[in-house]
Design a protein around this ligand. Sequence first.
Ligand SMILES: [Zn+2]
Length: 223
Amino acid sequence: MTIPFIDIHTHISRTSDDIISVQSFHLEELDFKDPIKSFFTSAIHPWHADNFTDKEILEMLDGLLSNNKFIGVGETGLDKVCQVDFDIQKNIFQLQITFAETHQVPLIIHSVRSWNEIMPFLKRSKVPCVLHGYSEGAIITRQLIGLGCYFSVGKSILNPSQRLLEAIRMIPLTSLFLETDEAKTPIEDIYDQMSKTLDLPLDFLKYQIYKNFTSLFSLPSEI
Ligand SMILES: [Zn+2]
């Protein structure tokens, strides 16, 4: 089989024979009138955490369970740059972690200037956490590796700072993912740049990330 590129977190579906896109939807925007063809994750984003009651969120999350393309809860997390009350963000984050734990699906994590506050959540989580849009330096990366986190790097790899390069080289290959998020950059370019950065053949990188994907999300080894 040809190994596809895995775009672990994107808001634009580009699923094709060569690419598996894991699309990320805001939970409140999901309607299942049009069947979702690609794998997807969904959650209340921290930016919208004060718009809903716990009960409303749990009802929306329950609605995901009957869809066989639903593979993870996210993006969810904490964001110090947005205006939403931080305690409300923490409450909704914990609610969604508990849901992911109950149903044994991984979490896709959004963290902006919140690493100190988010660490205890990641430490307690009983399901794997994929840190999306990852671009931190060595000190935080070392702590997160210690917690068993997974790292998804996006377009920051195209123009990396020295500190990001140092961090990327520390990440175990078995914990690495790549993503486009909201960028129009093709996922192929991000793979290409990562293979140069790590000095690994592209085919090897594709194979490794594909393996990471199928094992983390409990998918058959050929999808
Ligand atoms: Zn996103």
